[in-house]
Design a protein around this ligand. Structure first.
Ligand code: SAH
Length: 263
């Protein structure tokens, strides 16, 4: 008799706002037997699961890994081998700094069926939430998603030297604690010190905060404002589009206020 085969859906939960999830991802959550989820997954999405679905938290706060990657692999394998539908739920997109590729390789190696369901990654979500176009006609024709978190053995160093001059907009993940050194590296490698920078904390959520400055002063601004994780750094001239939009909005509001007073 053949055993019922389980499967693993490696699913992106989106950037923070629980409504920024794909229809397919939501269906996975609603049908799952087991949900193995990370810290950045919103509580509201977990409420979509069936009451009897098992929820397994695996942490992943910076520097505080609740469950090792190996333990996560083992959990996925154990649950899927029981014939269950396992949803591996991750913040943003599972394949953008999400280790989804490693999990897929592990599952394939063990003959476990899997699928990958994409999600809105933090840079796309946070940029929209902060009114910053990642590309903009005449200003930016390229953007890159970059991690500031380096592997301990330094086998794959971040090429700030190349990124500084070859990409218009940089969306930097996991960079809050190294903001000062990132800005210095970019300037050292030729990026203008007056290049605008935006920091988006808790992008797309009701707690979203946006700070702006330049490569010269943004690190001090972040300290002053007590910027916290999760936050995304956007470097590039496109940040000025936000400032333009804000200025236009303020002017429109002022005009409305004037009209109300006159009328
Ligand atoms: N797979 C995720 C990224 C995980 S790495 C994705 O595709 O989005 C975690 C980093 O993502 C955080 O350190 C932060 O830099 C960024 N991030 C995640 N959620 C965020 C949010 N709501 N606002 C700003 N940055 C966020």
């Amino acid at each position: 008799m053949s055993q019922v085969q389980g499967m693993v859906s490696i699913v992106g939960a989106g950037p923070g706002d629980p409504e920024l999830i794909t229809v397919k991802a939501l269906k996975c959550i609603q049908q799952a037997d087991v949900i193995v989820y990370d810290r950045l997954v919103s509580e509201e999405l977990l409420l979509e699961a069936r009451p009897e679905a098992r929820r397994i938290y695996c942490g992943k706060a910076p520097g505080l890994h609740h469950m090792s990657q190996q333990a996560i692999h083992r959990t996925l394998l154990q649950q899927a081998t029981l014939g269950l539908h396992v949803v591996r739920l991750k913040g943003g997109d599972p394949l953008v700094f999400g280790r989804g590729g490693e999990e897929a390789l592990f599952l394939e190696q063990h003959g476990i069926r899997y699928e990958i369901v994409p999600g809105v990654t933090a840079s796309i979500g946070a940029a929209a939430g902060a009114d910053i176009p990642l590309t903009h006609r005449g200003i930016a024709t390229s953007f890159a998603c970059v991690t500031a978190s380096q592997s301990a053995d330094n086998t794959n160093p971040i090429r700030w030297d190349l990124l500084a001059g070859s990409v218009d907009t940089l969306a930097i993940y996991m960079g809050v604690s190294q903001l000062d050194s990132i800005c210095s590296a970019l300037v050292q490698h030729g990026r203008a010190a007056c290049t605008p920078v935006a920091l988006i904390e808790n992008g797309t959520t009701t707690a979203q905060r946006v700070l702006t400055g330049t490569l010269t002063d943004i690190a001090a601004i972040a300290v002053q404002a007590e910027l916290r994780n999760p936050a995304l750094i956007i470097v590039g001239e496109v940040v000025r589009v936000r400032e333009q939009l804000m200025a236009m909005r303020r002017q429109a509001e002022m005009q409305m206020g004037l009209q109300e007073r006159i009328g």
